[in-house]
Design a protein around this ligand. Sequence first.
Ligand SMILES: N[C@@H](CCC(=O)N[C@@H](CS)C(=O)NCC(=O)O)C(=O)O
Length: 254
Amino acid sequence: MAVKPKRAKSKVSGRSKQPAKKAATGKSAVKKAAVKKERGPSSQERQRFTLYGFATSGPTYTAALGLSLMRHPFSYIHVNLREGAHKQADYLVKNRYGQVPALRDGQLYVVQSAAILMHLADSLDKFTSKTPTEKNRIREWLFWQWDKLSVPVFRLRARVRGARQFGEEMRVLYDTEAKAALAVLEQELTKSEWVVGKKPTIADIGIYGVLRYAPEANIDLSHYPHVVAWKKHFEELPGFATPEELLPLESRLI
Ligand SMILES: N[C@@H](CCC(=O)N[C@@H](CS)C(=O)NCC(=O)O)C(=O)O
């Protein structure tokens, strides 16, 4: 697994005796936050997230990539799609749609990979923006990604893998749709380094989680030089890892 947090040296501290305001703004709080950032999640926090997924699932990779880039370790539960485990009652209580991924955060289950990214960004305050305008823009790209990019790319990939059968006419249609979406992204990336603003956000993670699979869908990205440069830059982010590195073929508990 890509994220290897150092073992927390001290116990998780209890509720502070300082008045809340002082604790939040005092120098010691700033120092504590810096130390925490350095050490990574505490031992209690390490066990916070469990991801339910399937190794070759793009949306599972997106969720795992979000956790890895946010430097948060997670337990992983393999849901055997081939044996229909995702349609069994014990899984449907986790994901009512009968799909992977699902993310458990304490008592809460979050489903839909874009919603999982939003949950992680909000609760860990990473790969997000402070400004309402940029936050809206991030959401817009995540919805766009599922509407315009994911469907053609994942359908074409499924056809290549033999998981879906459709004829040449549909293949051309999806191919045209994927190219149209890539042209939109290419245009945006001529204006800025990252999809939204000056820093990478969950909009980049969501889009990368699809474009990772472009070669498997026989989509040639070399016609989109800004997308290629953005993808390379994204892969250099600390915590980046491939699907093979992040998603084992079996469950893995931490
Ligand atoms: N929009 C969903 C898509 C999830 C999805 O399509 N998962 C696939 C695996 S890649 C799945 O569970 N397929 C089984 C099914 O739909 O019955 C998300 O982002 O989580």
